[in-house]
Design a protein around this ligand. Structure first.
Ligand SMILES: C[S@@+](CC[C@H](N)C(=O)[O-])C[C@H]1O[C@@H](n2cnc3c(N)ncnc32)[C@H](O)[C@@H]1O
Length: 239
């Protein structure tokens, strides 16, 4: 098992998602009882209005789980640039893309903490369930990158699984994440260790409050929100 400081090494993280890519879609469905798709939708409903021809980034895009929700807000020449570090998640995303009729999504394989995305180039930035694998310093860097990438008045919305405040709910939720999910991961996905990491990342992450503070420190107008009594939390606002 890796030391806690190493679990945030981008290569280590991308290795986890390379392996999890085989089962991530199914796992999302089974493990979350449909909550993740509901939370994605709620998060993107909180995205301050974007124009139909906007160009924006879906950060830590995975296999494109959020595209359906964001596409309803766009028409061509509007565009989504989907950013992910994992080769295998990108490969699955490109298969997903082939099945879609739209041509207004492009994939960009990159580490968001070390990227060449131009300054002030995005009308919007979204990210669903992509923050927990960043430690506090990396979250500060992510906030900086989002501010740099967004055009003035550009909007953003991000959401992440979080530790609820209420003692009982937190106990059940963490038992579920740390004990049951690895068991489900082993039985159904043949991958206990990577699914166990989910619980570790969530537990270390807490919620989006630190990230929210980082955005505010940078002068970004950010609002913080809890979803389902804090089982997920998010930020949204404008630059
Ligand atoms: C839990 S998945 C979320 C996928 C998708 N957005 C969703 O809603 O299900 C997190 C994704 O973040 C990507 N990721 C993690 N660290 C990254 C980084 N430093 N730069 C870009 N992508 C990263 C992983 O490869 C993975 O695909």
């Amino acid at each position: 098992m890796k030391k806690n400081s190493d679990i945030y090494d981008p290569e280590f993280v991308s290795g986890i998602f390379d392996r999890m890519s085989k089962t991530y879609g199914l796992a999302n469905l089974i493990i979350s009882f449909g909550f993740t798709s509901r939370w994605r939708r709620q998060c993107l409903n909180d995205l301050p209005e974007v124009k139909h021809n906007s160009i924006g980034y879906d950060l830590m895009s995975g296999m494109g789980e959020s595209w359906g929700n964001i596409q309803t807000k766009l028409t061509e020449p509007g565009q989504i640039i989907a950013v992910d570090i994992s080769d295998e998640m990108n490969r699955k995303a490109s298969e997903h893309l082939k099945r879609l009729r739209t041509k207004n999504i492009v994939l960009k394989k990159t580490n968001i903490l070390d990227n060449d995305i131009p300054d002030n180039s995005a009308d919007f930035v979204i990210s669903t369930f992509g923050i927990k694998t960043f430690n506090k310093d990396q979250q500060r860097k992510l906030a900086y990158e989002i501010r740099r990438i967004l055009k003035p008045k550009g909007s953003f919305a991000l959401i992440e699984i979080s530790k609820p405040k209420h003692y009982l709910l937190r106990w059940f939720y963490m038992f579920y994440l740390k004990i049951l999910i690895p068991i489900i991961g082993r039985i159904f996905m043949g991958n206990r260790d990577d699914y166990r990491m989910l619980g570790t990342y969530c537990s270390e992450f807490g919620n989006c409050m630190h990230f929210h503070t980082c955005l505010l420190d940078l002068g970004v107008k950010s609002s913080y929100k809890n979803y389902f009594w804090g089982c997920a939390s998010g930020v949204f606002g404008t630059k």
